[in-house]
Design a protein. Structure first.
Length: 202
């Protein structure tokens, strides 16, 4: 995930914020004049994130974060509410990725930016790997083909996505990983980690 697109004063939304790590990193970037909202559907994670927010406030003196319960397919925000949306390998866990991008477009202000890191596939996975629950949790078996992913971003209304990072998995990069290691050869050259930037027209 890159935070270089976040500017002081921005209102930032983190999709699938978990314990809040990326929220707090963004909070430092936007400063006192900005705000960061984390959305997560897991009550346990929301509780942890809110406890972490109190610690963050005490240690930094910054009080510009909040966490909301909700799904990334149905965001608990009004239209045109935020300047930038970030997400780190969470959209792949959604069963309806095109809807996620449509919701992101809805809540972004004109001129807003979508900056997400995710996994895409260069070709279809074998059926056995496609059904692997561990690979799904690792953001691989639920991934879309690269073309389908980028088209879903365009179809939501965004300008042509710009790839800020693009790295294809090789067998050597996943060997030894308890989840992906056993499928290293099958995954080699199939999955890629990308970070994209897409803008909403003014």
């Amino acid at each position: 995930m890159t935070f270089s697109c976040i500017e002081p004063g921005d209102i930032v939304l983190d999709l699938g914020s978990g314990a809040g790590k990326d929220v707090f990193l963004a909070a430092r970037k936007v400063g006192a004049s900005g705000r960061v909202i984390g959305v997560d559907m897991t009550l346990e994670m929301l509780s942890l994130a809110r406890r972490n927010a109190e610690k963050f406030k005490v240690s930094t003196g910054i009080d510009n974060v909040e966490f909301r319960e909700g799904t990334i397919e149905d965001l608990p925000l009004e239209e045109a509410a935020v300047d930038i949306i970030i997400s780190n390998c969470v959209i792949n866990l959604s069963p309806d990725k095109p809807r996620v991008f449509r919701e992101a477009f809805r809540v972004l202000r004109p001129g807003g930016r979508l900056v997400v890191s995710d996994i895409v596939l260069e070709r279809a996975l074998p059926p056995k790997l496609k059904a692997d629950k561990d690979l799904y949790a690792a953001c691989i078996s639920g991934a879309l083909l690269r073309g389908e992913y980028l088209q879903a971003v365009r179809d939501a209304g965004f300008q042509e996505p710009e790839l800020l990072a693009d790295r294809t998995y090789q067998a050597s990069s996943v060997q030894g990983d308890p989840v992906t290691g056993e499928a290293a050869d099958a995954l080699s050259g199939v999955a890629a980690s990308i970070t994209l930037l897409a803008r909403k027209d003014r």
